[in-house]
Design a protein around this ligand. Structure first.
Ligand SMILES: [Cu+2]
Length: 511
């Protein structure tokens, strides 16, 4: 037995031991039922809220026996490998003594090639049957989703054919044309016809696949460019959650801008009174920042007095926190922070006032279309109806992903994106297929921070009537919902806005 074969056996031995250790570890760590049953083709990978946690079962007498059998089986395999390795050694020795070869390494290798091919292809077939269908997602619940899935299927079929042909050739040739004594390999450097054949065919096939993809993508992107044929819904992303905004009775989504975002106006809608109260808020905050800057020496003196008092009382905790504050002032950090805050707010005020100053710009922002907009925590869509999502992000890049609908789009701050599609299966129908626990969700598919994993919004597909009824239970952004008794809608000035104004007025008067 030559050193290479010996090394291969050694490697196999090590691999066996590693595999055994890994299987032991994975058994001892309870990974929340992360078994193959949970991720099989019949169960959708996404949409079922949470897998029920089941405590690991105690080992029964049968399990104990099974474990012992597995141990002995492994021991048997290890001994077998060692015996074979020794047999090779003995054969090599006999060959050296007698001059006759007992075991031919080339022969062993050629049969191993054949076995590897058969076992490998069987494993591929099993993988296809267990996980092949639509990459664990279940059937698509949207119109374009069916086309996308068929593209995946076609690509998979083509690549599988190529895979099987090349693998069979590779391993069968190694088997068929293994080294024989007295036989010399043919020197075959180049063949133009072959080169053209295996360059042209993949090129044509790939071009067709890419063109089909391009065509499908165009049909999605250009389904409703100006948003007139579909229901427009805004999808608003933030760390860490989603909001949906419906246009309300006027069918128009009001203008929104990041400059208008405030604690109360989280989506930054261009609402005149809301923006006015934001301006007051910003100006008040600037005044208080500036007062803090002016009072810095006094604050420092007071902190030093406080520190002495804390020392006298031997209050170590207070001393530490006061020392930290004193350091913050002494090194200039606090001053920098306050100045930056004043600058930031001044810029924001300037930008808002520039919009308000120009009547044309003002009219383009403050259209009043936002008043009846409805901001929701859930997404309800009508079955078989074209819908366009308009994405907006408050902070960083997110990605809105609805796996069941094969919908995904980046949500980028400062860059509006959109996606038009038709949902084709109601939540009820999906539940009938996948079980009562099933729900559609919109997930974030861009790792965006600590709570990214929890960034999702429930999606419900239902009839027009059901969506309308649900929308009536939601609150309009700046208007009261009409009462069911068909009384004319009363416009209510948001009272918290006035109260903020009052409060700031009082604060200003105090200064
Ligand atoms: Cu995110």
């Amino acid at each position: 037995m030559n050193t290479t074969t010996k090394n291969i056996f050694k490697l196999a031995l090590v691999a066996g031991i590693i595999f055994f250790a890994a299987s032991l570890i994975s058994k001892s760590v309870d990974i929340h039922q992360l078994s193959i049953e949970n991720y099989s083709a019949s169960k959708p990978m996404f949409g079922i809220d949470e897998y029920q946690y089941e405590a690991p079962k105690e080992l029964s007498a049968n399990d104990a026996v099974a474990t012992k059998v597995k141990w002995s089986l492994l021991l048997f395999v290890i001994i077998l490998i060692m015996v074979i390795a020794n047999a090779f050694d003995i054969s090599a020795l006999t060959a050296r003594l007698t001059g006759k070869q007992v075991i031919n390494g080339n022969n062993v290798n050629k049969w191993l090639m054949l076995i590897f091919m058969i076992v490998g292809l069987m494993a591929v077939a099993w993988e296809f049957s267990a996980h092949g269908k639509h990459v664990l997602l279940g059937n698509a619940s949207s119109e374009h989703g069916v086309t996308l899935d068929s593209m995946f299927t076609i690509t998979l079929i083509l690549t599988t054919i190529v895979f099987v042909i090349t693998q069979v050739l590779l391993f069968y040739f190694s088997f068929r044309y293994s080294k024989k004594d007295g036989q010399k390999a043919l020197y075959y450097a180049h063949n133009n016809r072959l080169e053209i054949f295996w360059t042209l065919i993949p090129a044509i096939v790939l071009t067709l696949l890419v063109l089909r993809g391009h065509q499908t993508w165009r049909s999605i992107v250009y389904a409703d460019v100006d948003g007139t044929k579909s229901t427009n819904i805004e999808i608003f992303a933030f760390q860490f959650g989603w909001n949906a905004r419906y246009a309300g009775d006027d069918g128009i989504l009001g203008v929104a801008d990041y400059k208008f975002i405030s604690g109360k106006n989280k989506l930054g809608l261009a609402n005149a009174s809301e923006v006015d109260s934001l301006l007051v808020e910003l100006k008040t905050a600037i005044i208080s920042d500036q007062a803090a800057i002016k009072a810095m020496p006094q604050t420092l003196a007071q902190l030093q007095i406080d520190w002495q008092a804390a020392k006298d009382m031997q209050n170590n905790e207070a001393m530490t926190s006061i020392t930290k504050e004193i350091e913050e002032i002494n090194c200039g950090d606090r001053m920098d922070d306050l100045e930056a805050s004043v600058n930031r707010k001044t810029k924001q005020i300037e930008r808002i006032e520039a919009i308000k100053k120009d009547p044309k710009v003002f009219a383009s922002y403050f259209t009043k279309a936002e008043e009846d907009d409805i901001i929701t925590q859930e997404l309800h869509l009508v079955k078989d109806k074209l819908v366009t999502f308009k994405y907006r992000s408050r902070d960083i890049i997110h990605s809105a992903w609805m796996p069941h609908f094969r919908v995904q789009m980046n949500v980028v701050p400062g860059m509006p994106t959109r996606f038009t599609f038709i949902p084709t299966k109601t939540t009820k129908e999906a539940k009938a297929e996948n079980g009562e626990a099933f729900e559609y969700y919109l997930y974030c598919n861009k790792i965006c921070g600590t709570s990214h994993y929890n960034m999702k919004m429930k999606v419900v597909i239902e009839t027009q009537e059901e969506v309308d009824a649900w929308l009536k239970t939601q609150q309009m952004a700046f208007k009261a919902m009409p009462t069911p008794a068909a009384t004319p809608a009363v416009e209510i000035v948001p009272d918290s806005a006035t109260s903020t104004k009052d409060k700031t007025a009082k604060k200003l008067a105090l200064k």
